[in-house]
Design a protein around this ligand. Structure first.
Ligand SMILES: O=C(O)C(=O)C[C@@H](O)[C@H](O)[C@H](O)COP(=O)(O)O
Length: 344
């Protein structure tokens, strides 16, 4: 097991890469803990969780709402949870985003931590302290920045994931390589088969490197005033695609990265061969690379992105494999750039 630290304004978060869910008792006091999880995870791991109350929510992006949060508050009140209660989110990105938001707001904040059970959540969603829910059909519109005390990333749990869910995790791993580490991209190219087979050494390396990259960025810019924006590579188009089509987050981000790389070429920032190489890598990891909707529809959805400032948006480009840059663009400029790049 290796520990990485995320330094946030309100405290330090320990990311425990390779820790086992069976060692949970070392990190919590079961007598003062309430677990928040979803029905699938509860079915798989209930017997390995501490003996404490469990609040079970449904699944999928559609339950990431204030209504779900309200229902959890109701159950916490019924359980007589108080400010000494520890909230333990056990699940993927949706459970962790909701549990973190509930813990940050219930009675103005309780302590919390996560057991992260999906690849996407281990390499990205559970790390970095972004908690929240969707609102009015838009992603992550309401939320907080607040770091969990710990995140257990037990890679043995990944074996029970559906294959499509695993692929979504690889989208965020590829993203970390694309924005911050050319050697990681080379590693993914060289070890694609072993990675897809969830070979334990290969997965351990990829989860560790992803968390290391993300922990560094978040520790330098927790509130996303600058460098953290780079973690949104592929997400401007990605969030629009999720909203328009309902495809899973990782698939939408995979397509979003292909489109953002094409725009980077059009801008003159990225050699065409690098954009083609990234597209090939995403394709080899079994992720879609073409948008199922047209450019006008994607731009329409982007205009309601929460990161929009008036008619402008921060857009993440690549300027080399392993290096990203952020530019502020007007929607008209984005439309012209995307039209010229013939992305859809
Ligand atoms: O942690 C971040 O910062 C990221 O942008 C990572 C993203 O991969 C992740 O999907 C994040 O939740 C998106 O955040 P948002 O602020 O764009 O909703």
């Amino acid at each position: 097991m290796k520990t990485l630290l995320v330094n946030g304004a309100a405290g330090t978060s320990k990311i425990l890469v390779g820790e086992s869910i069976d060692n949970l008792k070392a990190y919590i006091d079961a007598a003062h803990t309430v677990v928040i999880t979803d029905s699938t995870v509860e079915g798989l791991y209930r017997g390995r969780l501490p003996d404490c109350p469990v609040i079970t929510i449904g699944q999928g992006e559609r339950i990431k709402t204030l209504e779900t949060v309200t229902e959890i508050y109701r159950q916490l009140v019924a359980l007589e949870a108080d400010r000494s209660t520890f909230i333990l989110g056990v699940g993927g990105g949706i459970v962790c985003d909701i549990a973190g938001f509930v813990a940050s707001t219930y009675m103005r904040g309780t302590r919390f931590g996560f057991v992260s059970t999906t690849l996407l959540s281990q390499v990205d969603a559970s790390v970095g302290g972004k908690n929240g829910v969707n609102f009015s059909g838009y992603k992550n519109m309401v939320g907080t920045f607040n770091q969990p005390e710990f995140v257990i990333c037990d890679m043995a749990l990944l074996k029970s994931l559906p294959p499509r869910e695993v692929l979504c995790g690889f989208a965020e791993i590829i993203k970390h390589g694309a924005i911050a580490s050319a050697p990681m991209v080379e590693f993914l190219e060289a070890h694609r088969d072993g990675a897809l087979d969830l070979n334990s050494d290969i997965i351990a390396h990829l989860v560790y490197r992803s968390v290391e990259i993300k922990a560094g960025v978040v520790s330098r810019d927790e509130r996303e005033h600058g460098e953290r924006r780079k973690l949104n590579f592929g997400h401007t188009f990605g969030h629009a695609l999720e909203k328009l089509t309902g495809i899973p987050h990782g698939e939408a981000v995979g397509i979003g990265m292909v489109l953002a790389a094409k725009l980077s070429v059009e801008k003159g920032f990225l050699p065409r061969e690098d954009a083609a190489r990234l597209e090939q890598l995403i394709d080899r990891f079994g992720l879609p690379v073409s948008p199922p909707v047209d450019l006008a529809a994607m731009l329409g959805a982007m205009k309601k992105d929460k990161k929009r400032e008036g008619k402008r948006i921060h857009f993440v480009f690549l300027d080399a494999m392993g290096s990203a840059r952020v530019e502020e663009l007007g929607f008209d400029d984005l439309f012209h750039l995307a039209s010229a790049a013939r992305i859809a």
